[in-house]
Design a binder for this molecule. Sequence first.
Ligand code: NDP
Length: 315
Amino acid sequence: MTKEEVKVLIIGSGPAGYTAAIYASRAGLNPVLYMGEQPGGQLTITNDVENYPGYPDGVNGPQMMIDFQQQAERFGTDVRTGLATSVDFSGYPHKVVIDDKHEITAESVIISTGASAKWLGLPSEQRLNGQGVSACAVCDGFFFRNMDVAVVGAGDTACEEATYLSKLCKKVYMLVRRNEMRASTIMQQRVLKAKNIEVLWNTETEEILGEHEVEAVRVINNQSGEVKEIPVQGFFVAIGHQPNTAIFKDYLKMDENGYIQTIPGTSRTNIEGVFAAGDAQDHVYRQAVTAAGTGCMAALDAERFLASKEVAVAE
Ligand code: NDP
């Protein structure tokens, strides 16, 4: 195991991680950032980002993340490929192992490992991802204005996505695999009240159809066995997200879904010197701009934490 000591270690390379890196490097903290499994994060699987302020003509998601990276590097962030595979937050300084072979001792750690959308696991879903298949209505719904779309899922996210899409799209089919929804009553009521949302109960997705873009979805009724094709141009998967926080679970307080809990109004976790930003600690907003905002908070919190340590040592 090789070893290294750093002042600020940032884990994850989405908007939260890179924003933390921009602030920490401009504060002279020489941050080291590991990009993780999906360099650039979830925005790299989106096409155009039109809701990030400052880009009046929109920006391509992968390009935006290259811009974020370059901005962080411009101020001296050491951006590296590698995945944090284990941590030890039992003592201080904190220990993080990268790729099972490089141990970093860090005075502060910023966790910005994000979350990953859960997918159905169909090959057509993967093939048409970004070509009509999406896991984010707020990001991509606009491209399906006045078109027909399907949303799969029956939790609060699916209801929220369907309601959002119903205001933009001509018709929204909601594909629910049981004869009831898991979502809260109020969210269900919104869906059931919307004139252009049709809920298809006991309905499972067999395949998303289309060569280069989504043209239809083939579904099966798991009670009657009836199979039918529904013409749609967009297919939104809303069956939940999984925060990428498993390696921290022995140390950090999390909610029942694995989202890291921060002290309200801060990025501080229950462990001193460990901060969390972005979707790893936010299942509500999940936007690039909110992730960037919390990344900024984490860098400022880390800077203050390190300054207070220095004062303590000097005294
Ligand atoms: P949930 O885990 O609550 O719901 C997932 C839904 O997807 C379930 O209805 C489930 O069906 C369905 N599903 C899972 N796998 C499949 C599959 N393979 N095929 C078809 N359907 C599938 O996730 P959410 O993202 O909706 O919510 C996560 C948490 O975030 C919840 O606590 C929720 O309350 C919260 N949230 C709150 C919001 C708010 O308050 N504004 C907005 C969004 C989320 P089944 O029911 O049959 O298991």
